[in-house]
Design a protein around this ligand. Structure first.
Ligand code: AR6
Length: 171
């Protein structure tokens, strides 16, 4: 079983094999952690994202799924772009679990040993951290993922404390 860890900080400086981006369906960048990752990875990341095939017009990654690019200037070799749901979308809990699940499956297939996640959907997409954290932790424990470490990198007190409670089983 992978070791699940939580840290407070910035995902772009993590020394892991893959970092996960909380992207949108276009995969062409945005604000929040997406903006930070694009700034840190450099302009080649956007070029690589543009080359991802469109599954529908304007959609390179449907909600609940994940796609991969190189990490370019980041310490991480890969960026896995996962798209979480907006909180009020139908089936939001299922789609959030699916975004984590898809990112972990993709990471396993790439031979990744260490991966860092942000709190997907907990910013612009409005998911309360107290509801999102138990979903994320459950997916990590649902299968014997072939990874050494799954690290959650939380940017503020609210998300950090929610993941701390979920990891302790009190969330
Ligand atoms: N490192 C780690 N976490 C961060 C960082 C960072 N550098 N910066 C912000 N966060 P959000 P979403 C936290 O809004 O809700 C984008 O525009 C942030 O505090 O980045 O999934 C995309 O393009 C919050 O807890 O992602 C989409 O359009 C968490 O990351 C949309 O926002 C997620 O917040 C996706 O919204």
């Amino acid at each position: 079983m992978p070791h699940i860890t939580i840290v407070r900080g910035d995902i772009t400086v993590q020394r892991v094999d893959a970092i996960v981006n909380a992207a949108n369906e276009s995969c062409l960048g945005g604000g929040g952690v997406d903006g930070a990752i694009h700034r840190a990875a450099g302009p080649e990341l956007l070029q690589a994202c543009r080359r991802l095939p469109e599954q529908r017009p304007g959609v390179r990654c449907p909600t609940g799924k994940a796609v991969v690019t190189p990490g370019f200037l980041l310490p991480a070799r890969y960026v896995i772009h996962a798209v979480g749901p907006r909180y009020h979308e139908p089936n939001a809990a299922f789609l959030l679990a699916s975004a984590y699940w898809s990112a972990l499956e993709l990471a396993e297939g790439l031979g990744v040993r260490t991966i860092a996640f942000p709190a997907i959907s907990c910013g612009a997409y409005g998911y309360p951290a107290a509801e999102a954290a138990p979903i994320a932790i459950k997916v990590c424990r649902e299968r014997e993922w072939c990874l050494e470490e799954i690290r959650f990198v939380l940017f503020n007190d609210e998300t950090y404390e929610a993941f701390e409670r979920a990891l302790a089983g009190t969330g």
